[in-house]
Design a protein around this ligand. Sequence first.
Ligand SMILES: Nc1nc2c(ncn2[C@@H]2O[C@H](COP(=O)(O)OP(=O)(O)O)[C@@H](O)[C@H]2O)c(=O)[nH]1
Ligand SMILES: [Mg+2]
Length: 444
Amino acid sequence: MFDSIAGKFTGIMRTLSGKGKISEKNVRDAVEEIKEALLDADVNLRVVRRFVNSTLDEALGEKVLSSVNPGQQFTKIVYDKMVELLGGAGNTSLNLKGKDTTSIILLMGLQGSGKTTAAHKLAYKLKKEGRKVMLVAADLVRPAAITQLQVLGEKAGVPVFTLPGEKDPAKVAEAAVSRAKHDLFDTVIIDTSGRMHLDQALMEEIQRVAKVTHPDETLFVADAMTGQSAVDIAKEFEEKVGISGVILTKFDSDTRGGAALSLRAVVGKPIKFIGTGEKMEDLEVFHPERIATRILGMGDIVSLVEKAQEQFDQAEAERLQKKMEKNTFDLQDYLDQLENLKKMGSADKLLEMIPGAKGNISEEDLHLEELEKEKAIIRSMTRFERSNYRIIGPSRRKRIAKGSGTSVAEVNRLLKKFEKSRLMMKKVMTNKKLQAAMLKQFGM
Ligand SMILES: Nc1nc2c(ncn2[C@@H]2O[C@H](COP(=O)(O)OP(=O)(O)O)[C@@H](O)[C@H]2O)c(=O)[nH]1
Ligand SMILES: [Mg+2]
């Protein structure tokens, strides 16, 4: 999703960010291009207008045109607007009660939107977070719906409540909730039936289920592939039943992104999760900032950082943390870090995630070769040298250069860089952008 719009935005942003000075006309042209890109992505017309007007207002303010770096200022404005459009920074988590009582989550949406799939993904996720979850099969319309949920529930290791023979979904839901309370389940996820199209019977059915279960979360499941119509349907559900949030499924599909970009603004309810595939694990918390970054071609630095974090095993991370705190981070640790970088995947993938890198930086620019050299240099050091870099004087440097097939100048450069890294680590130890900054320091 978003490939096409991201391509366009990246182009627009790049044109402006290179300029030392920008004129009012430059801003107007850029905003016009943004408008076209949004419309092409099937974003709701009113949403586009609002976005464009407020961007223009702010960008034409004196602040931008006369600022030191107008291109960057402009990018920042567009970024902020985009984050706002997608739901704003901050909390998109579920409003569930504590584990000493039972919280109810009701899923609803049209047929095929991904409710049943989302139900078991959510069950799996909440179970992993330590909740005791029960799934409820309240889709009694489609013949195979109950078995489908049972199969998925088993995969997720979550029990599925059914009431064989019962034809009324509200009765099933009601019975499920009292069973859940009795058996001390803290979370109940109710999967309901959909219809091919919006219809009155469906709305009434959902209303009745909601009435007897008092859900803490009423999540509307929207199929991203249906674009604008997902927005209209969400609106209808909001009016008739009331929704607390949206799960946007099939985010992995090749759609233009109009639904994602319009839902929040039109319906006024946050997108809480996105479905990114058919598997149980393919449910992610929706982060407006990250999506905005991706669309604007700023690269998803947060994802990069998280990916880096995943690659460390926890123990290793803690060990390094301690070392940095005590400032005993040594060349051996640096070498370990360099090796870790490799585990993070292909350079190509990394480039995609570094702000502005795509198209601007080649793999060569990543200094992969240099990193290889650095590894060779450290490997030519003795253990003692690796943990006591200060003792590496001229003759040791000569030996190390020879041993690693590099030059003394290159050894010098590495040591200098390492010393700088240590200094910086000390400074950023308390900063949460630590990982990102470190990566940068390490030649990324
Ligand atoms: N690629 C992809 N497919 C999905 C996603 N969510 C659901 N699906 C597929 O969409 C189809 C309909 O899903 P289902 O949960 O049965 O929809 P329901 O009728 O609303 O319960 C199934 O084939 C799912 O595998 C998603 O996030 N990504
Ligand atoms: Mg279903």
